[in-house]
Write a protein that binds this ligand. Structure first.
Ligand code: ADP
Ligand code: MG
Length: 326
């Protein structure tokens, strides 16, 4: 007899919980938040063919499904607590599920969080995760706090995940040994949780880069009622991306998507604390521009401190939108 829904859950998604009062197996899970803390909640779904290629290794898919959710907690400066998993599966594929669960639990363990429940249904492969975290009152990082004169920062390097996609689509070529690193960027992003927490009380606004810098920074600008100038040459990128034609670099860096790095703002007086937060988060942070009063985003050549008169404007390709993009 084929494995049923409940056997599947018991076998693959019922590892014991310690922090939660009650994990999976009942009608609800129970969680005791730290007294006085605010709960941060976020949901993200990955759909086969939309968010991942069917060729992805299942361990990496398990990792990524949780990583993109943790990235949202990171962008709020929240400490992850627990998560739920809504799985839609075309069939019960034992090796797939075992490997998927391994990748998922490995990242969960890295962040000390527990799977406390979920839902399992049959249908086209899709993975929905809801994460819960906590943050001290008033200290959650939001999109709406950017102020005139703030520096704009990003963590890590941008663009590699999009370059990987372009290589898989046959639009770009890279040397053979570069492909695995690109693939890792696309399939195993590192959520910047420790950085987000270290930026509490330092950053004035933050967002995680999931749809591409130009679109995501647009959300910050809109929520904050400000504009921005970004110095294109300062945007951190790998040597692999730097070796590509300029139009490809612009596409991958500005409209890339799937970066899962943090973009945040902070006043210039906080530069040392931002660097310290980067060190605490174990990731390089780079200043790429400044918040301005003129509405909208201007991407220009050069570095953030360059004389504006010398700069040439760079067109910003549009960021990804599930319903508006081709
Ligand atoms: P209900 O009948 O109340 O909707 P379900 O039959 O969907 O509950 O699930 C039974 C139990 O198994 C619940 O505690 C639920 O949280 C858990 N569960 C279901 N699917 C998953 C999953 N994919 N991962 C973890 N726990 C799950
Ligand atoms: Mg149910």
């Amino acid at each position: 007899m084929p494995m049923g829904e409940f056997d599947l859950i018991r076998r693959h998604f019922s590892r014991p919980v310690q922090r939660a009062v009650l994990g999976g197996g009942d009608d609800c899970a129970l969680l005791a938040p730290t007294p006085g803390m605010q709960i941060a909640i976020s949901t993200d779904t990955l759909v086969e063919g939309r968010h991942f290629l069917s060729t992805v290794r299942p361990e990496r898919l398990g990792h990524k499904a949780l990583a993109v959710n943790l990235s949202d907690l990171a962008a709020c400066g929240a400490q992850p607590l627990a998560f739920t998993l809504a799985l839609t599966l075309p069939r019960v594929d034992e090796p797939f599920l075992a490997a998927f669960a391994d990748g998922l639990y490995a990242l969960a363990q890295t962040h000390g969080i527990e799977l406390i429940g979920g839902d399992t249904t049959a249908g086209p492969l899709a993975i929905g995760i809801t994460v819960l975290g906590e943050v001290p009152p008033g200290l959650a990082l939001r999109r709406s706090g950017a102020r005139l004169g703030d520096d704009i920062w990003v963590s890590g390097e941008l663009g590699d995940a999009r370059l990987a996609l372009e290589v898989f689509r046959g639009h770009a070529q890279v040397p053979g040994d570069a492909l695995e690193a690109l693939r890792m960027a696309m399939e195993q992003p590192t959520p910047r949780v420790a950085l987000g927490m270290a930026l509490r009380g330092v950053a004035t606004s933050a967002i995680d880069l999931s749809d591409g810098l130009s679109g995501d920074i647009g959300h910050v600008l809109q929520a904050s009622g400000v504009g921005a100038r970004v110095a294109f040459d300062a945007i951190p990128r790998s040597e692999r991306l730097r070796a590509q034609a300029m139009a490809r670099q612009q596409q991958c860096l500005l409209a890339g998507g799937d970066d899962y790095e943090l973009l945040f703002t902070a006043p210039p007086s906080q530069r040392q604390r931002v660097q310290a937060a980067g060190a605490q988060g174990g990731v390089r942070v780079t200043r790429i521009g400044r918040i301005e009063s003129d509405a909208g985003l201007r991407v220009v050549s050069g570095q953030p401190d360059d004389d504006l008169a010398q700069a040439t404007r760079i067109d910003t390709p549009r960021a990804f939108d599930h319903f508006a993009s081709p």
